[in-house]
Design a binder for this molecule. Sequence first.
Ligand code: C2E
Ligand code: CA
Ligand code: CA
Ligand code: CA
Length: 278
Amino acid sequence: AKREGGAALRFFDHAMQASVTERAHLEADLDRALEGSELRLFYQPQVDTTGVTVGLEVLLRWEHPVRGMVSPGVFIPLAEESGRIVAIGGWVLESACQQLAQWAEQPRRRDLTISVNVSPVQFRQAGFVDSVREILARSGADPRHLVLEVTESLFLQDPEQARDTMLALSALGVRFALDDFGTGYSSLGYLKRLPLDELKIDQSFVRDLLESSADAAIVETIIALADRLGMRVIAEGVETEEQANWLREHGCRRFQGYLYARPAPLVSGKEALPGFPS
Ligand code: C2E
Ligand code: CA
Ligand code: CA
Ligand code: CA
């Protein structure tokens, strides 16, 4: 048994070593991706009860020349650890705001919102508020159409600083959505102290909605909570008509998921997203 353990340990060391090398490669590649043009923005529609697109969430993609499409679930944690997320996140914000400014010129698109995921690392940067202010000024985007998606993890470490930053951004007119709501470990108390406009029901609750009475209870409670607190609520990961019907019947008014559209690039001028006003 001892020998087996030794072998397993050596194997483990080897696997670890490989992953460290792998990570070093990916990190070096990430610098190149940022300088070059390997990062792509995909957009996923958010629809109202009639299926019309009212907003879009920006989702980052990395088109690696050798590895193909690298998932944000893989490279965002790496980018957070190395601090590269600050530059990447800035680029995402800038692009989203330029898109908003373009849509502002188009009567049928001028009311669309864009939701941008913001990493806690990026959010806690000393210059974050200033950089958002500058991006808004440079692009000419209407801040009320920009929604920053933050997660509960932001409020675990230094909630006072997070709150100050949110209030400063809120004063600029920027909106906030709380992403993956219900999956974190923080208390509910922060909900009343923060300038939140929207709760996003995590897709893990939506997935088994019709089979699990616990998930159904959680979703009903989130909808009621958002309602009572005067926040909007959006369900993410909606994949079936049955889920959408249940959510609608229980008062949810906004939806996002494969049922409506998968994240896709916007092809300038001829966006092919369903329900997207042309
Ligand atoms: P998220 O913000 O919770 O984004 C939702 C994820 O669910 C996306 O995965 C989306 O493609 C996927 N999704 C959408 N509809 C459905 C559905 O109906 N069913 C299922 N099963 N999945 C659906 P994606 O694009 O792989 O992104 C993963 C995570 O990476 C995001 O989770 C977000 O936390 C992070 N991320 C993506 N883009 C950015 C970014 O620009 N900045 C930062 N900081 N994080 C980002
Ligand atoms: Ca999100
Ligand atoms: Ca989410
Ligand atoms: Ca998530």
